[in-house]
Design a protein around this ligand. Structure first.
Ligand SMILES: Cc1cc2nc3c(=O)[nH]c(=O)nc-3n(C[C@H](O)[C@H](O)[C@H](O)COP(=O)(O)OP(=O)(O)OC[C@H]3O[C@@H](n4cnc5c(N)ncnc54)[C@H](O)[C@@H]3O)c2cc1C
Length: 402
């Protein structure tokens, strides 16, 4: 709750100017917040009189203990007329299983969709104890209002302790909506999730430009919400012996509650293979010296059935589009093989590729940090080595893609 001490307030108006939501106005002689106030605290910092304070309601340990279980939002994508859970969902279930086991509480996958939902039993085979299916004709296509309303209702009824989202475009849209609606904290783009000795979720993510790894906890609210990028966690192998349990959640949704209408979905061709799903990535850095030197890398990637990618340095130089950038401000990838050519290995790059199964680094500088995580390091000129590698590769090398 926002409290204004009217004995001290001199109505200077600085709080009104600082409020990003326009939620403060003069009501008679007094400054007062309205329903747009999100308790962001901008006015508290702006007030030279220290007349504004925020009292946040903190749940007691007894209240917190009523929240149980790990929930994963099982985002679906349309393919061949059906709605199937996306790959990142299985990765979240892999990590969610470990968190659930540590807590001794169940793991639930929450699926929102219409009657085209399919393959839900696979969620149980890959770690979920149960699937909560929310079916409604208005959930056939993602809309922020509909999905936030239904997921908030699920949280209100089920009271999970942890709620995880994939940091996909829709996940990045939905998670903050649900968190804001329920007045919860949210940690975006986590690279690590653990349960500590007191049963809290410790959420790790890069902070301050990737120079430190921050460990974040939400001690006063439940559920503890986090988004995780695709390719950060590993999918558990399917276990056909696991019990399949699919429950239906009663969805109440009115068309009037949805303020947007999807008129058309347009897929933007990126011109290159998608790096999120590539099994082999050949990545270039500034050390390649010139965009013309990327051609052998592109051809090696094609021969291995993989994709070309690169560091932010070469995106900024205009050599490749941002869709091919690996790293903190680009895409997180998890290929079987990552060839880093002329890439120094800055932390902001490494957080985007550290879950690659095998890393080959080629760099002229033997002290380059990329060698710290390389399985095979080659000290040398990548512009000379890669054309030779291309000559050695059979034209019909593995063409398989994930
Ligand atoms: C907030 C923030 C977010 C960022 N996000 C990202 C991100 O998402 N992705 C990302 O990549 N970066 C990101 N960066 C930038 C990052 O800090 C580095 O600047 C960048 O990764 C460096 O790219 P590079 O390794 O290609 O270039 P450089 O650091 O310039 O390294 C070039 C390397 O090539 C080697 N080399 C030179 N010539 C040759 C040769 N002929 N053959 C072989 N090796 C050679 C050099 O020894 C050197 O190690 C971010 C930075 C900030 C502050």
């Amino acid at each position: 709750m926002l409290t204004i001490d009217h004995e001290i307030c001199n109505r200077c108006g600085l709080c009104q100017k600082a409020c990003p939501f326009g939620a403060l106005s003069l009501a008679g002689e007094r400054v007062a917040p309205d329903e747009r106030c999100t308790l962001c605290g901008a006015c508290v910092n702006a007030c030279p009189q220290s007349a504004i304070s925020i009292a946040r309601r903190q749940a007691s340990p007894e209240e917190l203990s009523r929240y149980r279980g790990v929930f994963v939002w099982a985002e679906c994508e349309a393919a061949e007329g059906l709605l199937h859970p996306r790959r990142v969902v299985y990765e979240l279930l892999g990590r969610g299983r470990a968190l659930s086991d540590r807590l001794g509480q169940p793991l639930t996958a929450v699926v929102l969709g219409d009657d085209r939902l399919a393959g839900l039993e696979r969620l149980c085979r890959h770690g979920a104890d149960r699937v909560l299916a929310c079916r409604h004709e208005l959930l056939g296509r993602y809309t922020t209002d509909a999905f936030a309303t239904v997921l908030a209702a699920v949280v209100a009824r089920e009271k999970p302790a942890v709620l995880l989202f994939g940091a996909t475009p829709n996940g990045r849209d939905l998670a903050p909506r649900v968190a804001a609606r329920l007045r919860l904290g949210l940690t975006a783009d986590c690279t690590g999730l653990e349960i500590d000795a007191s049963g809290q979720l410790v959420q790790t993510r890069p902070a301050f430009g990737g120079n430190i790894m921050a460990s974040i906890v939400a001690p006063y609210t439940r559920p503890q919400c986090a988004t995780v990028r695709p390719n950060v966690f590993t999918t558990l192998p399917a276990d056909e012996r696991r019990t399949v349990c699919i429950e239906e959640f009663p969805v109440q949704l009115a068309r009037a509650a949805i303020r947007t209408r999807v008129v058309e979905t347009v897929e933007i061709p990126c011109g290159e293979a998608k790096i999120e799903e590539a099994r082999v990535i050949v990545a270039a850095g500034r050390g390649m010296g010139d965009p013309a030197h990327l051609e052998p890398l592109r051809r090696i990637a094609q021969r291995l059935g993989g994709a070309l990618a690169g560091s932010r340095a070469i995106v900024e130089l205009g050599w490749i589009p941002h869709t091919l950038q690996v790293g903190q401000s680009g895409t997180t990838v998890g290929p079987d093989l990552y060839i880093a050519a002329g890439i120094s290995g800055a932390i902001q790059h490494v957080v985007g590729m550290s879950s690659a199964k095998r890393v080959v680094a080629i760099n002229t500088d033997p002290q380059a940090p990329i060698f710290d995580l390389a399985d095979l390091g080659v000290v040398g000129d990548a512009r000379a080595i890669l054309p030779r590698l291309l000559d050695l590769l059979p034209a019909a090398a593995c063409k398989e893609t994930r």
